[in-house]
Ligand binder design. Structure first.
Ligand code: AMP
Ligand code: ZN
Length: 449
């Protein structure tokens, strides 16, 4: 079945065509391990996981790489502030990140790679850019001349009719400051011992070159999909395209996917704005990582979401109900072909996961599907949802005496015949035997009162 994805490059939904039949290569910009990630970061990491799971559901072989940024402006600054060696700082936050992603049931990418372990390919890429006349040496580092880059800024819709040879050394800046950017930063006193020898001078890579070099080293010069949050469109992904395509002369990425932000009071959740929450803050409010994950599944990835405890709590309540139902359904059913098809159509339509979640509820209410098949179908959907449906605690089937079942059937018949008086009398008889009957769409449920 065809998969459609919204491509930031063309700004429209496109039918996905893989480079290699039945396979997909994808690269995700990973965490910068200088602090605990906030739950906004996890929105993007969960999106990556949903993309991977969608392709796997469709039978693709997924080759997935995600980097760990363990050297950049932010990590170096923090290690200096806290007076701990860079490796110790980044190791601590990498460990925490891995523990938290596991709690969120984010599958481990095929390749999870540290920037500091890929310095040689970064140096090689910088050398190629210098050899091709795209990058030049300045007093404090090596810069890419954006004038020399074909279509610089097209991903971000930038119009650079008047090129500028001003330079920017920082990794992060806005569109108004589009200018020559650093791919290599020469060693400074501030960097301490964080430096590597290179033919063009000892120093360290810029953040942007890290992803270009790692993505191409692991997945090849052209890859199918590259993802990140919207904030990475400029400058990070714009510069990744500039570096990679200038060096290889090939298209770097076919499909660019960007997730919308998690906001707080309509403003982006960010460390710099001090409006962020961590996964542990949610736990303090009795919200589990999977409750949070369920909440994210109910919004489309290209729509911003506004965080509120009420909204997440309501989502968690819905998830608990869902798990209770699954736990009460008998095992041994088979997947409903009709629902599976509709589920597949939803997820393949640019990951319409909210529609897929609504479909799960529709299935639960459908009296034409038996409970065992409902269970099997929901567990099938969970290959994408990742909400651990299969481990929903079993709710033991209650032993209901035969005579109570007969009374309930008779009451149901009376109800169908709109004989309310008789139905009421039968309800009382059921209750007198210590059982309660609850009407549900398409039938009734009996349990001990
Ligand atoms: P960082 O660790 O800062 O490099 O960010 C990791 C990922 O989180 C990147 O893909 C960002 O685009 C993404 N991100 C940052 N802030 C938010 C937010 N408020 N909502 C969603 N994604 C975000
Ligand atoms: Zn990146």
């Amino acid at each position: 079945m065809e998969i459609k994805l919204y491509n930031t490059l063309s700004r429209r939904k496109e039918a996905f065509k893989p480079l290699n039949k039945g396979a997909v290569s994808m690269y995700h910009c990973g965490p910068t391990v200088y602090d605990t990630p906030h739950i906004g970061n996890y929105r993007t990491f969960i999106l990556n996981d949903l993309i991977r799971r969608t392709f796997e559901y469709n039978g693709y072989k997924v080759d997935q790489a995600m980097n760990i940024t363990d050297v950049d402006d932010k990590t170096i600054r923090r290690s200096r502030e806290e007076k701990v060696p860079l490796k110790e700082l980044t190791g601590k936050y990498e460990k925490l990140f891995l523990e938290e992603t596991e709690k969120l049931n984010i599958l481990r990418p095929t390749h999870l790679i540290r920037a500091t372990e890929y310095i040689p390919p970064m140096i090689e890429l910088v050398s190629t850019l210098i050899d091709r006349g795209v990058a030049y040496k300045a007093s404090d580092g090596v810069y890419v001349s954006i004038d020399k880059v074909k279509n610089y800024g097209s991903l971000a819709g930038l119009d650079l009719s008047h090129g500028s040879h001003e330079r920017i050394a920082n990794d992060e800046y806005d569109k108004e400051n589009a200018r020559d950017f650093a791919v290599w930063k020469f060693k400074t006193a501030d960097d301490g011992d964080v430096a590597w020898d290179a033919p063009f001078g000892a120093g360290r890579p810029g953040w942007h070159i890290e992803c270009s070099a790692m993505a191409m080293k692991i997945l090849g010069t052209t890859i199918d999909i590259h993802t990140g949050g919207m904030d990475l469109i400029f400058p990070h992904h714009t510069n990744e395209i500039a570096q990679s395509e200038s060096a290889t002369g090939q298209t770097f990425v076919h499909y660019w996917l960007h997730g919308a932000f998690m906001n707080v009071s309509e403003e982006k959740m960010a460390k710099s704005k001090n409006n962020f929450l961590k996964l542990s803050d949610l736990l303090d409010e009795s919200i589990s990582p999977l409750g949070y994950r369920y909440w994210l599944l109910t919004a489309h990835y290209r729509s911003p979401v506004n965080f509120s405890f009420e909204a997440v709590r309501a989502a968690q309540t819905a998830l608990i109900r869902l798990l209770q139902l699954i736990g009460s359904y008998p095992e041994g059913g088979s997947v409903s072909v009709d629902y599976q098809k509709r589920f597949n159509e939803s997820i393949n339509d640019d990951l319409n996961i909210p529609q897929a979640v609504a479909l799960a509820w529709e299935l639960i209410k459908d009296s034409n599907v038996n409970d065992a098949d409902k269970r099997a179908t929901l567990i099938d959907f969970d290959r994408v949802f990742g909400l651990k449906f299969e481990s929903a605690p079993r709710v033991e089937e209650e032993e209901i005496p035969e005579e109570v079942k007969v009374l309930a059937e008779a009451r149901e018949e009376a109800r169908q015949a709109k004989d309310w008086k008789k139905a009421d009398a039968l309800r009382k008889e059921i209750e007198a035997r210590g059982f309660a009957v609850k009407d549900e769409t398409g039938g009734f449920k009996l349990r001990s009162a």
